[in-house]
Design a protein around this ligand. Structure first.
Ligand SMILES: *Cc1c(COP(=O)(O)O)cnc(C)c1O
Length: 227
């Protein structure tokens, strides 16, 4: 069987998430199993263990894997989406990576053409790292009115990535900043936005303590990714 420790790892992670949520706001937390670089067998393996949310960072990797895995899971797009691939959003349950007004517009147009609203999160770059995409908190505040007006989007909240291996104080600062960005959305005309997608293998317990409602976990479930 591929991923022999997966059942134990998943059980341990679920326990740690529940404990962290108790230390946090007592919130419900959705675990997105990030299967990027792994084959469809990783999707089938987590599905068999009860996971129902799977994350991929590239459209061109995700679409064939969806067909090959052929199990009923919700697919999350967690990586940067090029505008010329925006049509693919129709295959995802949630797009975490709306990182510019131009992409928001392109995805909204896809929704409008389909006659529905595409569920999305707005990606925020709290730390200001140049290698990370997303709205700065100030750009989000300036753009929220335009986002709210987009008829083909169902904006459910915010996604962020913290710097890798940063000290705890820095991580908490980033996650607090993401909560602030969620308040920007809520106060800007999206009072029902409530999702905070934050927390990866190295920082998910801190993220949940800081209010994460969605964590995106790869390495801690499947082991290190090959290069
Ligand atoms: C790869 C990836 C993850 C998962 O990272 P791990 O450290 O392996 O848990 C989470 N979020 C995004 C956006 C990713 O690209």
């Amino acid at each position: 069987m591929p991923f022999p420790d997966l059942a134990d790892r998943l059980a341990e992670v679920r326990g740690r998430i529940a404990d962290a949520a108790r230390r946090g706001a007592g919130q419900q937390v959705t675990l997105v199993a990030v299967t990027k670089t792994h084959g469809a067998e990783a999707v089938r393996a987590v599905h068999a263990l009860g996971a129902r949310d799977v994350g991929e960072n590239k459209v061109q990797e995700a679409l064939p894997k969806m067909d090959e895995a052929a199990v009923p899971v919700r697919w999350h797009l967690i990586g940067h989406l090029q505008r010329n691939k925006a049509k693919a959003v129709e295959r995802f349950a949630l797009v975490h990576s709306i990182d510019s007004l131009r992409l928001a517009d392109a995805v909204s147009n896809v929704g409008a053409a389909l006659g529905r609203r595409i569920p999305v999160l707005v990606q925020v770059n709290v730390s200001g790292e140049e290698t990370k995409g997303g709205f700065s908190p100030a750009d989000l505040a300036a753009g929220v009115e335009r986002i709210v007006a987009m008829k083909g989007l169902d904006v459910r909240g915010v996604m962020t990535m913290a710097p890798f291996d940063a000290p705890e104080r820095t991580l908490r600062g980033v996650f607090t900043g993401a909560r602030g960005a969620l308040e920007t959305l809520r106060g800007g005309g999206l009072p029902d936005a409530r999702e905070l997608s934050m927390g990866m293998s190295g920082d998910y317990e801190i993220a949940v303590e800081e209010g994460a409602t969605i964590v995106r976990l790869g390495t801690v479930l499947f082991g290190a990714r090959g290069t």
